[in-house]
Write a new protein. Structure first.
Length: 268
């Protein structure tokens, strides 16, 4: 279903308006439900919607759930008793200064609206779980100054974390080891990758302490859509993934090699 509700942290991840490609408008959906009400080939089981991602207010969810509930009741009145209500996901996380609702508040809101319907509820709260759990580690390769503009070039690039280039997403970056000295004096820098594109930039004018080649940096909140959006763009190998559990860690995806890049090539 497309409830025509505005939501989402960026136009590319807003999915619930009538101008978006997702879902059916209620008028058309109702026609389809009723047209196949007595079909022996189709047995209606549920209704589903997704209004966007990185939503940091409960208001769009309330509006969408209100409309979804009314459609469920309307179908019941027409003799179509559904079993499943898929409310999707989209609850946001904090990257910098966002203030997303607590999961408990979100759960209470959904519960109050869905419980009277008596359906099996399906939710997809993936980002709120995995987003803050991921960190991309990268090393400083070079520090460059150009007429007062300072660039910190790192060995990660847009192929390793696409969200800044694709969504203008802000992922905080800090040094893994804190340098000695006055931390209040942080020169603003652009943290960039080595790919030959101006868009290969993680952060612009970011306050970062003094760094030198070889220093290790952490790019935070990369668990959601981090590894899943990686690519071999610019003939770059994907990074390794390490799972940290308490005081232990283990490799769960090995780093790619140049041989991996060539494995699928077919020579004439």
């Amino acid at each position: 279903m497309n409830p025509d509700v505005q939501a989402g942290g960026h136009p590319h991840i807003s999915t619930g308006r009538h101008k978006h490609k997702f879902g059916l408008d209620w008028r058309e959906a109702r026609r389809v439900y009723l047209a196949h009400r007595g079909s022996k080939w189709i047995h209606w089981q549920g209704i589903s919607m997704h209004i966007g991602s990185q939503i940091v207010s409960l208001d769009p969810f309330r509006s969408a759930m209100r409309r979804l509930s009314s459609w469920v009741k309307e179908l019941r009145a027409e003799g179509i008793a559904l079993k499943f209500l898929d409310f999707g996901g989209g609850l946001g996380v904090r990257y910098t200064n966002e203030r997303p609702p607590a999961r408990e508040a979100y759960a209470r809101m959904v519960s109050r609206a869905a419980k009277p319907l008596g359906l099996h509820l399906l939710l997809e709260p993936g980002r709120t779980i995995i987003g803050p759990a991921g960190v991309l580690l990268t090393r400083v390769v070079y520090v460059k100054e150009n007429r007062g503009k300072r660039f910190v070039v790192v060995d990660s690039a847009m192929n390793d974390l696409l969200r800044p280039a694709l969504y203008s997403a802000i992922h905080p970056i800090t040094q893994v080891s804190r340098a000695r000295g006055d931390h209040s004096l942080r020169q603003r820098v652009d943290v960039v990758g080595p790919v030959c594109e101006t868009g290969d930039c993680f952060l612009r004018d970011w306050p970062l302490g003094h760094v030198e080649p070889g220093d290790l940096l952490a790019i935070w909140v990369t668990g959601a859509y981090g590894m899943s959006q990686t690519s071999n763009y610019n003939a770059r190998c994907r990074p390794a993934e390490v799972l940290v559990e308490g005081n232990t860690h283990r490799l769960i995806r090995r780093r790619e090699t140049q041989d991996d890049l060539l494995r699928g090539d077919v020579l004439a």
